[in-house]
Ligand binder design. Structure first.
Ligand SMILES: Cc1cc2nc3c(=O)[nH]c(=O)nc-3n(C[C@H](O)[C@H](O)[C@H](O)COP(=O)(O)OP(=O)(O)OC[C@H]3O[C@@H](n4cnc5c(N)ncnc54)[C@H](O)[C@@H]3O)c2cc1C
Length: 377
């Protein structure tokens, strides 16, 4: 008898159970604590808690110790997390799409054996380091240089600076994109517990404040090479952008939920706000844009899961969803009036958090460039 091939992907039932766990985690733990986290940072054990319910194993197939969830389930988890705390959503999205996925795609077995179990259990915290002072949207301008070590095959000496690295001040392991030749770039596993890794500070940000956004220097830091080209390494941004789009969707949904509830309860001129046509217009526009964003996110995730060309769909989902989140949160503040600017009403935080989605993993202008290039092919 021929054995059935074992699927490395989760079943629909496994994904449904996972998303139920994420929803409960958000309702019971993330949303109630999110305001307090903003004043400091995400709890130190948060990724272990995430790992317990499957959030750190989303993009890793079962044979490598993960859960093999679809892009649809990954996006749904990022959306749900963002309804509770966008900073946590951003971290989980980036770690899964750019870090653990990097191990799946480019690490060799020895590297996976050494690090992957700890990454999947949340014991090893991760970050992904591309951006530098002179290399942002124009990522190919990376100046960090890697040179092979003659006495240590597979290992390279790395020198340079990185900035805006999510979770970079807490990570034990960072995937560093560095220059390996005049025109070539590749990626390296860099342990932060070494003299060559010099954390130079935490960058304060207007939104996603609980996230540890780091800048650091690499001074003869030792990195373990994961063979891949620059295009392959940043190709992971396709699923990453679906995750950020879903994060933006979650922000918009929560803001709209709060705006709807407030508009039903607040009265002025002897009428509820929700009975005023100008307020209804704002609510209607937000409702429609959220629905359109949801369709774009779903479509991009479906194309990814079907192994289609997701470049245009991922950029459209990210662009539209992030701009929607910014419009919807702005309207939610407007509907709350003065109270919209008070933290306890929670919409001002969502508005500040939404801004990141228009900038991180490629700003809106870059998404428009990508979409236009695809359309003009
Ligand atoms: C909170 C946070 C977390 C981040 N996390 C990470 C991370 O984990 N890892 C990482 O590597 N990076 C990370 N980043 C960096 C992020 O990806 C960059 O900020 C982003 O790619 C934009 O680069 P830049 O900030 O250098 O802006 P620049 O490239 O200097 O661009 C500034 C502005 O110029 C305009 N612009 C730029 N290029 C063009 C163009 N070609 N056409 C038209 N307009 C253009 C846009 O309006 C853009 O917003 C993070 C950033 C933030 C704020």
């Amino acid at each position: 008898m021929i054995a059935e091939p074992v699927s490395q992907h989760a079943t629909p039932a496994e994904e449904a159970a996972f998303l139920d766990r994420v929803k409960k985690f958000v309702d019971d733990y993330v949303w109630p604590n999110s305001l307090a986290w903003e004043n400091d940072q995400l709890p130190l054990d948060v990724f272990k808690r995430c790992a317990e319910i499957g959030l750190m194993q989303m993009t890793v197939p079962k044979n490598l110790g993960g859960h093999g969830y679809s892009c649809k389930a990954y996006a749904e988890a990022c959306r749900l997390l963002a309804t509770g705390d966008p900073a946590l959503s951003m971290n989980v999205a980036a770690i899964n799409a750019l870090c653990t996925a990097h191990f799946v795609e480019f690490a060799h077995p020895e590297q996976r054996e050494k690090y992957l179990p700890g990454c999947l259990s949340g014991d090893i915290q991760l970050a992904w380091g591309l951006t530098e002072p002179d290399a942002g949207s124009d990522a190919r301008q990376v100046k960090t240089v890697a040179e092979p070590m003659a006495d240590k095959p597979g290992y390279w000496k790395i020198n340079g600076q990185k900035m805006f690295i999510t979770n970079g001040g807490r990570a034990q392991l960072i995937i560093i994109i560095a220059r390996t030749g005049e025109k070539e770039l590749s990626a390296f596993l860099v342990e932060t517990d070494q003299p060559g890794f010099k954390l130079t500070g935490r960058i304060p940000t207007v939104g996603v404040k609980a996230s540890w956004t780091a800048q650091f220097e690499l001074v003869d830091a030792v990195g373990w090479h994961t063979p891949c080209t620059f295009e392959q390494a940043i190709g992971l941004l396709q699923r990453g952008r679906v995750g950020i789009a879903a994060m933006a969707l979650g922000i918009a949904e929560r803001a709209q939920e709060l705006a709807l509830a407030y508009s039903k309860q607040r009265e002025q001129f002897n009428r509820r706000l929700c009975d005023m046509q100008s307020v209804q217009n704002m609510l209607a526009d937000s409702e429609m844009e959220i629905e359109a964003a949801r369709l774009l996110v779903d479509k991009a995730a479906r194309i990814y899961d079907d192994h289609g060309d997701v470049v245009k769909a991922a950029s459209m989902a990210k662009l539209y969803s992030s701009e929607t989140a910014n419009r919807v949160t702005n309207r939610a503040i407007q509907i709350h009036g003065g109270r919209g600017m008070v933290p306890e009403h929670r919409v001002e935080k969502l508005w500040r958090d939404a801004k990141l989605t228009e900038i991180g993993e490629g700003c809106s202008e870059i998404q428009r460039m990508i979409i236009a290039k695809q359309a003009l092919r």
